[in-house]
Write a protein that binds this ligand. Structure first.
Ligand code: MRU
Length: 341
């Protein structure tokens, strides 16, 4: 399967589904063992689903939050309160704030529930279209016969569908450019092991899981030519916040002459944040590190520090791919040219 027209085959998952009066979410805490859907009937349930990682991934949480605003208005809840709670659900991925700002602008303009529903649907549809475009743009950078390493989950589960970095991998495999795919486990929550591998197996894309700690060894072997990751927030100078472990992959990639690609829609670009130093990094419960699959694996009494994102400096990034185009070697000036309002 290596013809571009086979692309549709690599796109079968829709994890965020609006049902007219409720939001269905494929519960990502249970994958791959169980494919269970949860139904959110109000904005509070959407907020909780975002906090608990039932829905996760930067674009997906923005989309879910937009539907949360629709639910708040449909149920006659105080929209300002719902907006504030949704906004506070997670701090790092700017897509959440971006989507809520869009919904707030419509609310402030007097939009009714039907108009808000159209706006949330537009946010979701635009994300899917952006992912398909980024897939083409990113895959075009990859030479035939390449191997790639990805981190975390950036696929259909993390977006409206198709994915960002995983979208480039889908397009690169479909077009015959990518021959080898490796996915890091992404400790501690295991988005790579549990979610990316689930998507790849489901789409019939051959891939190998590696322990996060095997990445530098893999790069030294010559099997990968690109590291391809998503982003949770890209600052005005190109510094990029993404899942914890991304920064060390970028350092190892530079050392080994492996190129490093960030793939994210323009909704992930935050021109109001000057550099990565100003990005808030989410700290999650240390229990996520002290246990595996709900079972304590570390001695009682031990403590842990659990930052779940890190910042990769722009100078380690070879290409930022958005639906607006590709920026090679990001600088503040080029970022301004592409993303100034
Ligand atoms: O904590 P998560 O699972 O929400 O983190 C997700 C990531 O870091 C992804 O790599 C990022 O959001 C890009 S997803 C298209």
């Amino acid at each position: 399967m290596n013809k571009p027209e086979s692309l549709a085959h690599y796109d079968s998952i829709r994890a965020v589904q609006w049902q007219g009066d409720r939001l269905r979410l494929l519960d990502q805490r249970l994958l791959p063992q169980e494919e269970r859907w949860i139904e959110c009937l109000d904005a509070a349930q959407v907020t909780q689903a975002i906090k608990d990682l039932a829905v996760r991934g930067a674009p997906a949480i923005g989309i879910a939050a937009a539907w949360g605003v629709v639910l708040a208005v449909q149920r006659g809840a105080e929209a300002g309160v719902a907006l504030a709670r949704l906004r506070a659900a997670r701090p790092t991925a700017v897509n959440l704030m971006w989507a809520l700002d869009r919904m707030k602008a419509r609310l402030d303009a007097g939009a009714d529930a039907a108009a808000l529903q159209r706006e949330a649907q537009a946010i979701q549809d635009e994300d899917l279209a952006a992912n398909r475009r980024m897939g083409e743009l990113g895959a075009a950078l990859i030479a035939r016969g390449s191997g790639v390493l990805t981190h975390c989950n950036t696929g259909s589960l993390a977006t409206a569908g198709y994915g960002t970095a995983l979208g480039v991998i889908r397009a690169g495999v479909a077009g015959g450019r990518i021959e080898r795919v490796y996915a890091g486990e992404t400790r501690p929550w295991q988005q790579g092991a549990r979610l990316t591998m689930w998507e790849l197996v489901r789409d019939g894309i051959p891939a190998q899981l590696i322990a996060d700690s095997a990445a530098a060894h893999l790069m030294r072997s010559g099997a990968v030519q690109w590291v391809i990751v998503g982003a949770d927030r890209i600052a005005a100078n190109g510094d990029t916040a993404n899942k914890i472990g991304t920064y060390q992959l970028a350092i190892a990639a530079r050392h080994h002459g492996v190129r490093f690609m960030v793939v994210a829609p323009s909704s992930t670009v935050d021109m109001a944040t000057a550099s990565g130093d100003a990005i808030e990094i989410e700290l999650r419960d240390p229990a996520e590190l002290l246990s595996t699959a709900g079972r304590r694996t570390v001695v009682e009494g031990a403590q842990a520090w659990n930052p779940v994102f890190d910042v990769t400096p722009a100078e380690l990034i070879d290409a930022i791919v958005t639906e607006r185009g590709v920026i090679e070697h990001p600088t503040p000036a080029v970022m301004r040219m592409m993303f100034a309002a």
